[in-house]
Design a protein around this ligand. Structure first.
Ligand code: GYE
Length: 334
């Protein structure tokens, strides 16, 4: 069920190799592309990117990947940080439309409420690429493609690992869940996938589930409440590493040993999360790769050239146990 260390390493090397080849190829294309009229007349392809915010280690790595890949591709990047607010993203997208950028890409804070602004971009003939998170718009012609992870699968892998780990448990297993940002695709989907994976095991019970907004501070504060209200917590399922890391502080302060008294499952596999896993404080992480930059730039180029691209591009990722985290950490890039 789980990817072995060797397979994981091989996949990782392949991913790094293809990412750098892609970046090199794009850099060459970008340079020879100086005749291309962008929205600002700089001669470069102009990409407007609206980012969710800076809520987590994942997000920081994602922002870096996008900025580095845009520079390597020779694009002009207009980058906006929405500070986790949908209204800021809508404003940023309207600004990009006004500035007549070539392509708009964004990672939607929440799933709903995008139709109007996406229609405005379509009417202005500016193609939109969804990055990392999707929208629930019924009209699929409002965007060209969605590039990112399968969040339901990440939740499922987390739940399946727990089912396997607790298969000989006799009594009830009490689970608390730290959800991501309310209404966001990863929070909705990870919750769904996890619930589906444990559904057939009545002794596995989610006794409390609340949002920690994908932040360390949120994870800590909500875990404190969980611990106060529930004398017996066996498992924490956190929708990202950062909330799990915040929760560690609350658990330790409550006199419990994370990773032993409370089994901790998280999602992302950023460096700090992997360190906690290697140290035995976390027990399992389902990976979610933030390194979407090179692939995104490739798609921007293709869309700008009028090429047809697949409407869904799924990120490849695996899972980590404590032993696998120890092996992977020395070469972990983010
Ligand atoms: O898991 C979390 C971040 O959308 C996949 O957002 C992303 C999620 C990621 O804040 O750490």
């Amino acid at each position: 069920m789980h990817t072995t260390g060797t397979a994981m390493t091989r996949r990782r090397i392949f991913a790094v190799l293809s990412a750098s080849l892609l970046a090199t190829g794009l850099a060459a294309c970008g340079n020879s592309d100086t005749g291309d009229k962008g929205g600002t007349g700089s001669g470069k392809i102009v990409l407007g990117f609206s980012q969710v915010g800076a809520e987590s280690g994942w997000r920081t790595a994602n922002t870096n990947s996008i900025k580095e890949a845009a520079a390597a591709a020779g694009f002009e990047l207009k980058f906006d940080d929405a500070q986790q607010k949908q209204e800021n993203q809508i404003k940023a997208i309207r600004n990009f439309i006004q500035q007549k950028v070539d392509v708009i890409a964004f990672s939607p804070v929440v799933e709903s409420g995008w139709d109007t602004v996406l229609k405005e971009a379509k009417d202005a003939k500016i193609p939109v690429i969804l990055t990392d998170r999707s929208v629930d718009s019924a009209d699929k012609t409002l965007y060209k493609t969605f590039i990112g992870s399968d969040f339901v699968k990440e939740g499922k892998l987390s739940g399946e690992w727990l089912v396997e780990k607790t298969k000989s448990a006799t009594g009830p297993v009490n689970i608390v869940e730290l959800q991501g940002t309310t209404g966001s695709a990863p929070a909705n989907d990870r919750k769904k996938g996890f619930a589906a994976a444990i559904a057939a095991n009545p002794n596995l019970k989610v006794i409390a589930s609340q949002t920690g907004d994908f932040t360390r501070a949120g994870g800590k504060a909500v875990m404190e409440q969980f611990l106060k209200a529930n004398p017996k917590i066996d498992v924490l399922f956190a929708h990202n590493d950062d909330m799990g890391l915040g929760a560690l502080e609350a658990i330790t302060a409550a006199g419990k040993v994370p990773g032993k008294d409370i089994t901790i499952i998280t999602i992302d596999a950023v460096k700090d999360g992997m360190q906690a896993l290697a140290d035995g404080k976390f027990n399992f992480i389902a990976e979610c790769s933030p390194l979407l930059g090179p692939q995104l730039m490739d798609l921007v180029k293709k869309v700008k050239a009028g090429e047809t691209i697949p409407t869904r591009i799924e990120t490849q990722e695996g899972t980590f146990t404590q032993e696998q985290a120890k092996a992977a950490l020395p070469t972990r890039k983010y």
